[in-house]
Design a protein around this ligand. Sequence first.
Ligand code: IFM
Length: 456
Amino acid sequence: MNALFPDGFRWGSATAAYQIEGAAAEDGRTPSIWDTFSRTPGRVRNGDTGDIATDHYHRVREDIALMKELGLTDYRFSLSWSRVLPGGRRPASQKGLDFYRGLVDELLDAGIRPVATLYHWDLPQEYEEEGGWPERATAERFAEYAAVAAGALGDRVATWTTLNEPWCAAFLGYGAGVHAPGRTDDRAALRAAHHLNLAHGLAVQALRAALPAPAELSLTLNLHALRPYADTPEDRDAVRRIDAVGNRIFLDPVFHGRLPEDLVADTAGITDWSFVHDGDLEAVSTPIDVLGVNYYCPAVVAAGTSETPSPWPGAAGHVRFPYVPGPRTAMDWPVDADGLYELLVRLRDELPHVPLLITENGAAYDDYADPEGGVHDPERIAYLHAHLAAAHRALGAGVDLRGYFLWSLLDNFEWAYGYGKRFGIVHVDFPTGRRTPKDSARWYADVIARGGLPPR
Ligand code: IFM
């Protein structure tokens, strides 16, 4: 059976600045927290850094030509804050802005809609030295940066995302310490989460004020599709705790202007939340036009305890994540497309008036180029097929889903895993930068051309 998607469905691919650009010290760019973190011995596997990455900064034309060949309607990329505002200070770098103007112009010439994300985890290092996301000032600076970006690109970019996956920025960065800046402080992580929410709301206001025409504004969350290990009150309560600090900590302030009461109670031993000032939640809940959802796999949760430091303040002492057998990707993440369907249907029920985009979905496998130069990745094709089928099912169930962005266009710097995990549908030979479309790239081009899934 052919599963056709509606006319106008957006077929995209996604990347992020630090993961692909390289040119870390070029044209005035200064270090972000990820430059510092990756240069710190022991933080990233194999000592990998984003110094060169896929060298997209110099190969941007070639990469857009690849996107055009795929038939993408949309391309989601992020801006490097410290390329736009070196040292985190004005004046903005003309060369930095020119790079993004050039990228956007090439995309538009190729008939591809640019979707710009302002923050994909690369905070200017100077701000971290002044306290980073646990400090309110960082949220205020983010709104200033949003206005600069809107002034420079607003005549050509109509879709903007403030933050990518603030859960990771707050809880992997300041709680578990496995992402930059590598801190392990539960209180700082909760403060960071609030200030990321505030940054989002203030940036939405700044964008609306600075953009020359009405634009589509969004936020991208990596929402957790949660299931209790057993259908017991204990395991259901473990799910509730993870839902509070993993999902509702963002959904409730952004869409309802409130903090989840159970989260405040669960974290009472860590903070009294007095860093939330009067008026903050009104700012956080400034209306947006669409919600971006990143989905890779579900999480099965049981009552128990987790290792600390953990990314789950207030919950780690009460939950564990049992290993569930089944197919897994090279990240050791379960392959389970039903989780995507469950998540989309939940959002349909809880946020019925909010259109959705799947802003990331994809899989890492241990790909290699064979002697004839081909890269055969049938497991990735199977993964993508199953997840697009789940998205199609969700459309049939009344979910207002507007598009799908595959993660990722290119193999790239996979954060603390370095270059060892390949998510691309285009293979990158890192020593030479050579790009080779994998079988999955051809498969995705066919899906886009036919507007849906081929029979299986
Ligand atoms: O590579 C990341 C991306 O930067 C954010 N979402 C998850 C991807 C895979 O881990």
